[in-house]
Design a protein around this ligand. Structure first.
Ligand code: DP6
Length: 319
């Protein structure tokens, strides 16, 4: 009747941007990500027959904004005639600022709800249900390097490499805090309907995925760097070409990209990726972590730097 699960955010190296079926939340493209180890969200789901409606408490405060999505996720796991649940969420990193907090939250929620409502789902079913609430959440069900395959009627997540197989570091430069103006889900729909670049983006994704998959399996950082930066900037070009345009960057975002270019010119194996927010994620070899960290801390406009290794998929912490 009560279960707690923990999941880590994931950072996409080949991005999910666009929905093929907005009702079922099926993505228009596949994606490849890395699951982090040091940042986490814990979801505590307690079934309470005394409650009339679900309750959501995020980091100690009632959260009505996310409640509808949480309730619909619980419906997906346990059916609409389930008992109400009290859901308590705790994260050890800033939420709603382009740090994939919803991915970790919904991955953990599905795993906790599955146990609390006694559904006995397998990992593939959990990933599919998490993806219905938030596409990127499906990837946090697995650890290390994860590919989300966009199948005709569903999504399937696959592990490409375990975290220990290629222990890269992710150095995250926080350049602003606070929630984003347009959610990624809404922004994707604006892109689909208005961006002249959207169709080309979707069309080219299979080639980008193939190139990145080989780079990951070969543990080839320069090759992964090249395709990941290209894919990220192409996604942002789709956003910039939308009407209204969606520009998630600030001046510090660009300053971080320049710092990373500078490191690259000195032979440091590092690359950047940026999601629907102003934060910059630098991916590098473990031995370059300190160099990359120092360079980003010294970049004008950077408020904080968080470093994470790669980790495991969502799991129950108590049953
Ligand atoms: C830019 O998974 O947040 O981070 O399915 O609408 O919840 P919904 O979208 P979401 O989108 C993530 C977009 C991205 C790229 C990525 O993580 O692949």
């Amino acid at each position: 009747m009560r279960a707690i699960a923990r999941a880590q955010p994931n950072i996409a190296l080949i991005k999910y941007w666009g929905k093929r079926d907005p009702i079922r939340n099926l993505p228009a493209v596949g994606s490849i990500s890395v699951t982090l180890s040091d940042l986490f969200t814990e979801m505590d789901v307690e079934i309470d027959d005394a409650l009339n409606d679900d309750v959501l408490i995020v980091n100690g405060q009632d959260d009505n904004a996310m409640l509808a999505r949480v309730s619909s996720c619980l419906d997906n796991v346990a059916g609409k005639d389930r008992s109400a649940g009290r859901v308590t969420s705790k994260s050890n990193f800033p939420i709603a600022a382009g740090l994939a907090s919803s991915a970790a939250a919904f991955a953990a929620l599905v795993v906790a709800a599955d146990a609390a409502y006694g559904q006995a789902l397998n990992r593939a079913q959990q990933a599919s249900l998490a993806g219905r609430t938030s596409g990127s959440a499906a990837r946090s069900l697995l650890g290390g390097f994860v590919e989300l395959e966009n199948h005709r009627d569903d999504i399937v997540v696959k592990s490409l490499l375990d975290a220990d197989d290629w222990p890269l570091k992710v150095v995250i430069a926080i350049t602003a805090s606070g929630p984003k103006a347009v959610s990624s889900g809404d922004a994707m729909e604006i892109s689909r309907k208005t961006s002249p670049f959207y169709d080309r983006w979707v069309e080219q994704q299979a080639a980008d995925l193939a190139e990145a998959r080989v780079a990951v399996l070969d543990r080839d950082l320069p090759k992964l760097a090249s395709i990941a930066e290209h894919n990220c900037l192409k996604m942002h070009s789709v956003m910039w070409g939308s009407r209204p345009p969606m520009i998630y960057w600030n001046s510090a975002t660009i300053a971080c990209m320049q710092s990373i270019r500078e490191l690259q010119s000195h032979g440091v194996a590092v690359f950047f990726t940026i999601d629907a927010g102003p934060q910059v994620k630098a991916i590098c070899a473990a031995e370059d972590e300190q160099t990359v960290r120092q360079a980003l801390i010294a970049t004008t406009g950077v408020v904080e730097v968080i470093v994470s290794g790669l980790g495991e998929g969502a799991k129950l912490v108590t049953a």
